[in-house]
Write a protein that binds this ligand. Structure first.
Ligand SMILES: *[C@@H]1O[C@H](CO)[C@@H](O)[C@H](O)[C@H]1NC(C)=O
Ligand SMILES: *[C@@H]1O[C@H](CO)[C@@H](O)[C@H](O)[C@H]1NC(C)=O
Ligand SMILES: *[C@@H]1O[C@H](CO)[C@@H](O)[C@H](O)[C@H]1NC(C)=O
Ligand SMILES: *[C@@H]1O[C@H](CO)[C@@H](O)[C@H](O)[C@H]1NC(C)=O
Length: 505
């Protein structure tokens, strides 16, 4: 490697060891600061050894194992105030750890084995800085029986996360949940996907045992309560199909901190890697971590804690604008679930005794937009590509992991001035709702009604209506899609003709 290149790399490495305060750089960021870098720090970073790290970094945005996101102190007191009795629990759960999308899985299968060979070869050639333990981890990695028919399905680790979650809740709410399943007592509902159905089944197993006959109603498609974002044209046009909506994350993706990660990972592995390859390594690192959360994940050898924090921020930034506070429609559309909880609780308060538990299984978009609607994890200033704030509230590693979940519990308090009480737990920790005096312990019924009525009535037809300009845009888009999917017959013929010709020459 030429000396000039090495010096440039060292400059980039300097970026990676910058203290959090130094990350608050602005437009006037001066790359010549890098010259103040000292050699000791260079050694510290380039010789990072994952297999010797007593506390590896486990926060991988929405691909974090629930094990590393949850709180482990859930008790009866978290959910039900003293002198009260739990009457109904309403629990919405993201599916547990899954396999990657078909495209990502295909890349795991075709590219990871090649990267393994290249990394080991580079090491043999004396390139890179991997410690012996990390080399051994990479050498020991095997693709196993991964195949594309597994894409997006729930993994064994994912089923275990959800099973454990159900068991935890049951322990905390013994009078409500230690009962045999009946249709009248418990309601299950999942979206139309293997991973949410299998999560619902794992949850039922954790709560009612593996021999219980639990009824799962056939999924709705579209489901206006569990997948409200599918029936929200304004969300589709303004956010989902609009690259401008996530421009902050695009800027970050192409900015100096991400470039520094790519350079540093390349230096560390002794390879010249593209952004795409580094992203694949990141996915390998975090998926294998989530599949076997207590074992080291071979691909994580590529990254220091700082690299992982930069990659995590890149993901958080994207989610902030796609499902968080970045756009109004993201949370405006998220009222159906909260309305559903409200209606269930109101029936109980008005004298209906059932059901005792309502259990829903859906996806990260539903969970994160709903948390946003509730005002949770809101930062004082919007997240931007210029400010990687390590103390930010919006951390999908903590509240948007696999099996992320939100539970409202309604309790009856005969001896209290307020007869009914609602508590909220997210990831098994008590969280405060703005407008409730009880803070982490929850809300009186009147406070809860006040909080919820801010989002009601929840009329998605109204909230999600397109204005005329957007309607036009959407028609245009649909026409374009139509043309892409169905090539005109004449061009199909022309394509076949060209193909025939190539056969004969
Ligand atoms: C994929 O794996 C499953 C489960 O191990 C197996 O049943 C199936 O035959 C495999 N499919 C392919 C295409 O290899
Ligand atoms: C993954 O889920 C699909 C259903 O969506 C199922 O058909 C397929 O068999 C599953 N794959 C494996 C390997 O279990
Ligand atoms: C629950 O209800 C469904 C649909 O109404 C029915 O098919 C099923 O047998 C019921 N299960 C139990 C345990 O009562
Ligand atoms: C919901 O909003 C639409 C459009 O604004 C309106 O036509 C409809 O009457 C509303 N529905 C209800 C139940 O208020």
């Amino acid at each position: 490697m030429s000396l000039v290149l090495k010096v440039m790399m060292v400059m980039m490495v300097r970026e990676c060891v910058a203290t959090p305060a130094a990350l608050h750089y602005t437009n006037t960021y001066n790359k010549y600061q890098a010259f103040t870098f000292n050699r000791l720090e260079e050694k510290k970073v380039s010789q990072y050894c994952y297999s010797d790290d007593p506390q590896p970094y486990h926060h991988m945005a929405t691909k974090t194992s629930y094990l590393y996101a949850r709180d482990t102190h859930l008790t009866h007191d978290t959910l039900v105030p003293e002198g009260c009795e739990g009457r109904q629990v309403w629990h919405v759960v993201r599916h547990g750890t899954r396999y990657p999308s078909p495209n990502d899985l295909q890349e795991f299968i075709t590219i990871l084995p090649l990267l393994q060979t290249r990394i080991l070869q580079a090491h043999q050639d004396g390139k890179g800085e991997l410690c012996p333990g990390d080399v051994a981890l990479v050498a020991g990695w095997e693709l196993g029986d991964l195949n594309t028919s597994l894409a997006l399905n729930l993994t064994a680790a994912g089923a275990a996360e959800v099973r454990g979650l159900a068991a935890d809740l049951q322990v905390a709410l013994p009078t409500l949940l230690h009962q045999p399943f009946t249709n009248q007592s418990y309601t299950f509902r999942h979206t139309k996907s293997e991973r949410t159905e299998m999560s619902a089944r794992a949850y039922a197993e954790g709560m009612f045992g593996s021999s219980a006959q639990v009824y799962f109603p056939p999924p709705l498609d579209p489901d206006p309560v569990l997948k409200f974002y599918d029936v929200c044209p304004r969300y589709q046009v303004e956010v989902k199909d609009n690259p401008e909506a996530v421009k902050e994350s695009t800027l970050f993706l192409h900015g100096p901190q991400m470039a520094a990660v790519i350079t540093r990972v390349s230096l560390h592995l002794g390879l010249s890697l593209t952004q795409h390859e580094v992203n694949l390594l990141y996915n390998g690192c975090r998926y294998y971590q989530a599949w076997s959360p207590t074992l080291p994940s071979a691909w994580c050898v590529a990254f220091t804690h700082h690299d992982l924090k930069v990659l995590e921020y890149n993901q958080d930034l994207k989610d902030y604008y796609e499902v968080g506070y970045g756009h109004n429609i993201n949370y405006q559309m998220a009222c159906p679930l909260i309305q559903d909880a409200f209606q269930h609780f109101r029936s109980v308060v008005e004298g209906e005794g059932r059901p005792k538990g309502v259990f829903y299984f859906t996806h990260s978009v539903a969970l994160l937009t709903m948390m946003t609607r509730l005002g949770l994890y809101q930062d004082r200033h919007p997240l931007t590509h210029l400010n990687l704030d390590p103390t930010r509230q919006w951390r999908t590693s903590l509240h948007g992991s696999f099996a992320a979940n939100v539970a409202f519990t309604l309790s009856h308090c005969p001896q209290h001035q307020h007869k009914w009480w609602v508590s909220l737990v997210e990831g098994e920790r008590g969280v405060a709702l703005e407008g409730c005096e009880g803070q982490e312990r929850g809300c009186t019924w009147d406070e809860w009604v006040q909080v919820v009525s801010r989002f009601l009535p929840c009329n998605l037809t109204h909230i999600c209506a397109l204005n005329q300009h957007q309607q036009h845009q959407q028609q245009q888009q649909q026409q374009d899609n139509h043309h892409q999917q169905k090539p005109a017959p004449i061009s199909v013929l022309w394509g076949m003709l060209k193909w025939l010709v190539t056969l004969f020459i």
